[in-house]
Write a protein that binds this ligand. Structure first.
Ligand SMILES: [Zn+2]
Ligand SMILES: [Zn+2]
Length: 291
């Protein structure tokens, strides 16, 4: 009985851990399907504009742009998850223990500067930034590039989806700012459950809402992380107002994105070796928090 219970618990725990990734994947694919539908069937939505204004070349360009962004999001997310940022299998340098090194009692080893233990991943992570709850994985030295690229394409994809869905808002609100239209945009779930709207109207309103909220959230994340990259800081160092490893803007970008930083974000296939090893960092400032 005990083993049965613990097995069930393990399964439930694994399911919960993978839930955010599954939900994110469903949302990304649903949004892409919706904007593809808008381009192929509905564009332009306003009846006053003739459908012939969207030529097949223009529609193809739209679809190519959508699938380029979708491909980059899923590929970068996949590589982010596959690239472990932890100290497992990394030779940390034996007895050489210098400034900034610490001892991790859980991993039972000395860990290099900027490395810290993640209690969700249950391992120490090199140049740990934070544990990303949406992916269920830590952002660290080796997978920061994929994290940033994925975030960038999520942002550009959501910006595109918001612009495309602006027409959905316009069409709903053009019928008049009524209680019904406002409720449909604010709480589409309630309108669906109470039978006030069709499933199609709900789907459009729900995805349009998700795009706006998602865009605002991803914008905040993306610009925060671009700021950190330019400053050569991790989220942990930003919390404690320290910048002890900043090498100057260009070198900081190279530290995160690699030698081909100007190209590598376009496609995850472009190789971009990182200049450092994630263990040794050049100290350029004080390790003590700023006053
Ligand atoms: Zn540890
Ligand atoms: Zn973690």
């Amino acid at each position: 009985m005990v083993s049965m219970g613990s097995k069930l618990w393990c399964r439930a725990e694994r399911l919960c851990r993978h839930m955010p990734v599954v939900l994110n994947t469903v949302l990304v694919f649903s949004i892409t399907a919706e904007v593809s539908y808008l381009v192929l069937v509905e564009a332009p939505l306003e009846p006053s504009l003739k459908k012939s204004e969207w030529t097949s070349t223009w529609k193809t360009l739209h679809l190519l742009a959508q699938y380029f962004m979708l491909g980059n999001i899923t590929w970068n997310a996949w590589l982010f998850l596959k690239t472990s940022p932890s100290i497992r299998g990394v030779f940390l340098g034996g007895e050489i223990v210098g400034q900034g090194w610490r001892y991790c009692y859980t991993c039972e080893t000395h860990t290099p500067p900027r490395c810290s233990h993640c209690y969700d991943c249950n391992v120490c992570v090199l140049r740990r930034d934070h544990h990303c709850v949406f992916f269920g994985q830590c952002v660290g030295f080796r997978n920061y590039r994929f994290f940033l690229s994925c975030l960038f394409f999520m942002w550009s994809g959501l910006l595109y989806a918001v612009v495309m869905n602006a027409e959905v808002f316009i069409v709903i609100l053009k019928e008049g700012v009524t209680f019904h239209s406002v409720m449909l945009l604010m709480v589409p779930w309630i309108m669906l459950v109470t039978g006030q709207v069709t499933a199609q109207a709900f789907a459009f309103a729900f995805i349009a809402d998700t795009c706006v909220i998602g865009f605002l959230l991803v914008s905040a994340f993306l610009f925060f992380h671009i700021g950190l990259m330019l400053r050569g800081q991790t989220t942990r160092e930003w919390y404690s107002s320290r910048r002890p490893y900043s090498l100057g803007t260009l070198a900081n970008i190279r530290e995160c994105l690699g030698e081909h930083w100007f190209l590598c974000w376009i496609c995850p296939l472009i190789p971009s070796p990182l200049p450092g090893d994630g263990i040794n960092f050049k100290l350029t400032g004080s390790l003590e928090p700023a006053q």
